[in-house]
Design a protein around this ligand. Structure first.
Ligand SMILES: C[S@@+](CC[C@H](N)C(=O)[O-])C[C@H]1O[C@@H](n2cnc3c(N)ncnc32)[C@H](O)[C@@H]1O
Length: 275
């Protein structure tokens, strides 16, 4: 059985490689569809799910959407991938908040990771988030979460001290967060993005959203956020590793929040105030 799934995986990778030259107009695409259809009527639910992937594959789809469907294949194979490639599929139904040893007075910041493929990147964001005592991490789309032992290894236990939850669809999540009064900021290097250093308003809780390692944030999600910010870069490469970008964002937010609290404290000590 694994040989057939390995073949499907290989076809996905070959199509990804040839995509810049041929798009999906390649016999490999038809071979992939046929290879998936083999699992029609299969009793194993996981294999039946793999069969139904063929219904989602269209020759005019963006590569980003095509590669979304490689994730369940890799999960099935439980492949030993390189750090950067480590893919674990998230359980969509697992949407309850994880109540853990809550630390006191978290900074009013929520981090959303949307369709992150690498559990090492997720682990790294957990460690920074724990170190800066942020309120919560939300793992959206297929981002791996700490319910998986492999992801747990990468968080070095920090997931026990940061609240986290999952959400199947980032776009819906942004709407929910906005309706709950959060101020939602996309972290992305778009041409209209503001510099990260711009002062934050602390009248609302803030959310930062980070996107996929290869494709960045979904443009529709960026559009739905209140604003976009970026770490200004001087290099030839246009982007940072997602976990590094998150560390810089969290550091800047925490620094500004501390300054804000100091200002409030000294204002309350002025003569004529109640402090
Ligand atoms: C490796 S980047 C994606 C790069 C992708 N190839 C692109 O050009 O859009 C992954 C994520 O890290 C974050 N990121 C990376 N560099 C950033 C920067 N300079 N400012 C803000 N966010 C950044 C963004 O959330 C981005 O979606």
């Amino acid at each position: 059985m694994n040989r057939k799934i390995e073949r499907i995986h290989e076809l996905f990778l070959q199509i990804e490689k040839s995509h810049p030259h041929t798009g999906f107009e390649t016999p490999l695409f038809d071979q992939l569809i046929e290879a998936l259809k083999v699992f029609k009527d299969h009793k194993d639910v996981e294999l039946f799910k793999i069969y139904s992937i063929h219904l989602h594959l269209k020759k005019d789809m963006p590569l980003r959407d095509f590669l979304y469907w490689i994730v369940p294949i890799e999960r099935y194979l439980n492949k030993n991938l390189k750090d950067e490639d480590f893919i674990i599929f998230n359980k969509d139904e697992n949407n309850e908040a994880h109540k853990i040893e809550k630390k006191k007075n978290p900074i009013p910041l929520v981090i959303v990771l949307d369709n992150i493929r690498s559990s090492f990147n997720v682990g790294s964001v957990f460690r920074t988030s724990e170190a800066f005592n942020i309120e919560k991490i939300i793992l959206a789309g297929y981002s791996p979460d700490p319910s998986n032992p492999k992801t747990q290894k990468t968080t070095l236990g920090s997931h026990d001290y940061v609240c986290w939850e999952t959400h199947p669809k980032c776009l819906d999540l942004v709407h929910d967060l906005k309706s709950q009064g959060y101020y939602v900021i996309a972290a992305e290097t778009t041409s209209h993005a503001m510099d990260l250093e711009k002062p934050f308003a602390f009248d609302k809780k803030t959310v930062f959203i980070f996107g996929n390692e290869r494709f960045g944030m979904d443009p529709q999600v960026i559009e739905s956020c209140h604003e976009t910010r970026k770490v200004p870069l001087q290099g030839i490469k246009n982007s940072l590793n997602v976990a590094n970008a998150a560390s810089i964002f969290i550091y800047e937010f925490a620094k500004q929040f501390t300054e804000h609290k100091t200002r409030l404290a000294s204002a309350s000590m002025l003569p004529g105030t109640n402090g």
